[in-house]
Write a protein that binds this ligand. Structure first.
Ligand SMILES: [Ca+2]
Ligand SMILES: [Ca+2]
Ligand SMILES: [Ca+2]
Length: 314
């Protein structure tokens, strides 16, 4: 092999290595409430979005909760390190916006991925029930519809996905871990189940299975990955002996996604008797991985061609 051919092959190999390693992973939020507060950064910033602006060691996003009983917030930080959600006889909503409005996570390019990690410990888990009364939304909230102070989110044209969970020590229905897509535009976020459709269920996790245990730490990971014009969606719950394995997963590929942009994570237990009386969160994390668009590959191709031409001239 002559010197020129060696050089060309080296350039092509280097370009390919450069391409495959040039995806960029960023942690937008990783909050453990080390500062003892849940309301910073306040509206209209909402999220530190990868920059620890207040130098407290956490990448924070503000959380909003409505009252658990009259005059008593459902969401508190009782001590540094814990975001506590209290549930009684009515529904409560706990919502955070992990980017400023207008700077949403945009899964614009093939392979772009959003990963949400929620680490929590329930207490006062009911023994068993037939409902899907613990609901989780990962959506885009349209401009102008964000909360600016403690409350439950209002009606708006949300777009994205939800998990409807049956929470009990033993599962009480055949579909205890269900992934859904927003199918109605302007309505409440999580209270009306008819706003969500295209249900996919966790295989192998049905009625009478091992559910959630008081005082046990669980981790929910949700990932959304762009796959051409589709979206690969996965959700996994790990912890304890859930499903007799310590692990439950659901995944699907949505060929007609309701959204490629996301800024909102929201939790909604309907009441304590069909979920749990308390949910302590130890960490909430949002990661965004971007890969270069096809245009970058063309530029790299041009670089290879230019190198070739240079060596031909010599
Ligand atoms: Ca804080
Ligand atoms: Ca911070
Ligand atoms: Ca938005």
């Amino acid at each position: 092999m002559n010197r020129q051919r060696c050089f060309v092959l080296a350039v092509i190999a280097a370009s390919l290595v450069g391409w495959t390693t040039s995806s960029h992973a960023a942690t937008l939020v990783s909050d453990m409430w080390s500062d003892g507060t849940r309301t910073d950064p306040a509206s209209p910033v909402y999220s530190e979005m990868g920059v620890d602006s207040d130098s407290d060691g956490n990448l924070e996003s503000a959380w909003f909760g409505n009252n658990v009983t009259s005059g008593v917030p459902s969401l508190t930080v009782p001590s540094a390190g814990t975001l506590r959600g209290a549930v009684a006889t009515s529904s409560v909503s706990w919502t955070t916006y992990f980017t400023p409005e207008g700077s949403e996570v945009n899964l614009a390019n093939n392979g772009d991925s959003l990963r949400i990690t929620w680490d929590f410990t329930p207490t006062g888990v009911n023994s068993s029930n037939t409902s899907q009364n613990f609901r989780i939304a990962l959506v885009d909230t349209p401009s102008g519809a964000r909360l600016t102070s403690d409350n439950a989110p209002g009606s708006a044209a949300y777009a994205g996905y939800a998990l409807f969970l049956n929470v009990g020590q033993t599962t009480g229905r055949s579909t205890p871990f269900q992934l859904l897509e927003r199918t109605v535009a302007n309505s409440d976020l999580l209270s009306t189940s008819a706003n969500w459709g295209n249900a996919v269920n966790a295989a192998g996790f049905g009625n009478g299975a091992v559910g959630y245990v008081d005082g046990q730490a669980y981790e929910l990971v949700m990932t959304l990955t762009r796959n051409g014009s589709s979206l690969d969606i996965a959700a996994t719950m790990t912890g304890g002996n859930i499903n007799s394995t310590g692990n439950v997963s659901v995944s699907t590929t949505d060929a007609s996604p309701s959204s490629f942009i996301f800024d909102t994570f929201s939790l909604r237990p309907s009441n304590a008797s069909t979920t749990a009386s308390q949910f302590d969160t130890s960490r909430f994390k949002v990661e965004f991985t971007t890969v270069p668009e096809i245009g970058s590959l063309w530029l790299m191709g041009l670089g290879v061609a230019a190198s070739l031409a240079y060596w031909r001239r010599r």
